[in-house]
Design a protein around this ligand. Structure first.
Ligand code: ADP
Length: 491
């Protein structure tokens, strides 16, 4: 019981199940935007914060640069005002400021390490060209800036006195970006917590949705199982989705077809029982009447016994026909295909049946328009021709005739069997291929029909992928036309 439930649950949640796929899709589609958004926002925030910090410090450095010129700091670094300003700046931003003079010599280092040294770096040289530079070193957690220390001087040129900006020195500043990184860590942590919460919510939504969306399919399975268990043999209905409507429609069609098959099988069994019982009943009546009359004369015995023999023959015929039909019904029965001369075969059958025809003075004519050799099952082909010609004789009138015409094109051969017999009423034409169907039961019985001949014939023709059609005028005659491919189509 438990293992049953376990396999069921496993079945529902394998990657092949629609529910599992829906669950994964909802989860992925729901969670990915959150993760991307967090990355995007954090990255953006970092750029923005670094830019802001750089701008603020650059502005202060520019003010400081003016003060440096005013206090002539590059020549004399003893100014306490500037010293205090530098201390404040380096404390505020947890940084280091180097003031480099025109000869690339360090005038002041707030760390006091590099004073008097010469610094010729690419940034410093570029900054002497009056450009402010900044560079963020993410790995080491600091921002490096170079700021030119400029002075505006009046110069005499040919066209008079002009103002000119001269770079007197450069400030090389590095400030820590730790505070920005810390803020980012806090933000990131908060975002991750939020994201985890969101993930949980999406997980629940995915679970609920995948269950709700696949429910109709479970309804379909349940409805089909109910039919399978035999609780209902009505048509089922699951109108939840158009997809389930289609599945259920197809199932209902199948159900209807199976019902028809089942009905026809039941009818067939009932017919078989009835047909097999009739000769037995007759035999019993005949035997009983002989037993009831101990003084019955020998002629009566002989007459009744010959009637009993006729009934036994009839019973035998029905059983033979039934066996032929059942054999042909089994689709797996192999076809014994060989090249057969249809001319010779028809000729042979006509020869065999002529003595019966002669009893009613019926002429059997075979007209062959061309020699025909086809790939057929000889036994089944014999059954087809024999049944049609035999019927044409059986349901014929005294001095009538039967005509068989054989023809072929490059694909099919055709066999037309026409008679000048009693004909078949129009409303019976569609039933003559049904098992045990006889137009006139008493007449047919009189001439030894079982009602199975045409059913066998049609089955044998279909096994050859051929067709049979009939036209008939009551009181005038009947024509059957059979068409069969010259080469056998397997399957
Ligand atoms: P049966 O063994 O009774 O002949 P069939 O299946 O061969 O059974 O034929 C079914 C019925 O079709 C026959 O009972 C008969 O009423 C009718 N039938 C078949 N062939 C002919 C024919 N050539 N002319 C008139 N009626 C026919």
């Amino acid at each position: 019981m438990f293992s049953d439930i376990r396999t069921k649950i496993r079945g529902m949640w394998t990657l092949h199940s629609l529910r599992a796929r829906l669950f994964i899709i909802i989860l992925v589609v729901g969670a990915i935007p959150g993760i991307l958004m967090r990355y995007g926002i954090m990255e953006n925030y970092e750029d923005h914060a670094i830019q802001l910090r750089t701008n603020t410090v650059q502005t202060q450095l520019k003010i400081l640069a003016n003060h440096l010129i005013r206090y002539n700091y590059l020549q004399d670094n003893s100014s306490e005002v500037i010293g205090a300003e530098l201390d404040m700046l380096s404390n505020l931003y947890d940084g280091r400021v180097l003031i480099i003079g025109g000869n690339f010599k360090v005038v002041k280092d707030t760390y006091g390490i590099s004073e008097g040294k010469t610094i010729i770096s690419e940034e410093v040289i570029r900054s002497f060209g009056n450009v402010s530079l900044s560079n963020y070193d993410k790995n080491h957690g600091y921002i490096e800036m170079t700021t030119p220390i400029t002075e505006t001087v009046k110069v005499m040129k040919d066209d008079g006195e002009v103002e000119e900006v001269v770079v007197r020195g450069v400030m090389l500043t590095s400030i820590s970006s730790d505070s920005i990184t810390t803020t980012m860590d806090i933000l990131n942590r908060k975002a991750i917590i939020l994201e985890a919460l969101m993930f949980l919510v999406i997980l629940v939504i995915a679970l609920v949705l995948s269950n709700v969306l696949t429910k109709p399919f479970a309804h379909v399975t349940q409805a089909i199982n109910e039919v399978k268990a035999g609780y209902t043999d009505e048509t089922i209905s699951v109108p939840d989705y158009s997809e389930t409507i289609h599945i259920v429609d197809a199932f209902n069609h199948l159900l209807a077809r199976m019902k028809v098959l089942d009905d026809s099988r039941q009818e067939f069994v009932a017919n078989v029982s009835h047909e097999l019982k009739t000769p037995l009943t007759s035999m019993k009546v005949l035997a009983d009447s002989l037993l009831a009359d101990p003084d019955a004369p020998a002629e009566m015995y002989r007459e009744f016994l010959s009637d009993i023999t006729a009934e036994i023959d009839r019973e035998n015929q029905i059983i033979t026909d039934l066996l032929a039909l059942v054999k042909m019904d089994k689709k797996a029965t192999p076809m014994n295909i060989s090249s057969v001369s249809i001319n010779d075969l028809t000729e042979l059958i006509c020869k065999r049946l002529r003595p019966i025809a002669r009893k009613k003075d019926i002429e059997v004519v075979f007209e062959s328009l061309r020699p025909v050799t086809a790939e057929v099952d000889e036994v089944k082909m014999t059954l087809i021709i024999n049944n049609l010609v035999e019927n044409a004789i059986k349901y014929n009138v005294e001095h009538g005739s039967v005509k068989i015409v054989l023809d072929a094109d490059h694909q099919m051969f055709s066999l037309e069997v026409s008679d000048t017999g009693i004909g078949i009423p129009q409303d019976s034409l569609e039933h003559i291929y049904e098992r045990f169907y006889r137009v006139d039961k008493s007449h047919s019985r009189e001439i030894g029909g079982t009602g199975l001949g045409l059913a066998i014939t049609k089955n044998a023709i279909l096994l050859h992928r051929g067709s049979i059609t009939v036209s008939s005028v009551e009181g005038e005659g009947t024509t059957f036309l059979v068409k069969i491919p010259l080469t056998h189509i397997a399957g």
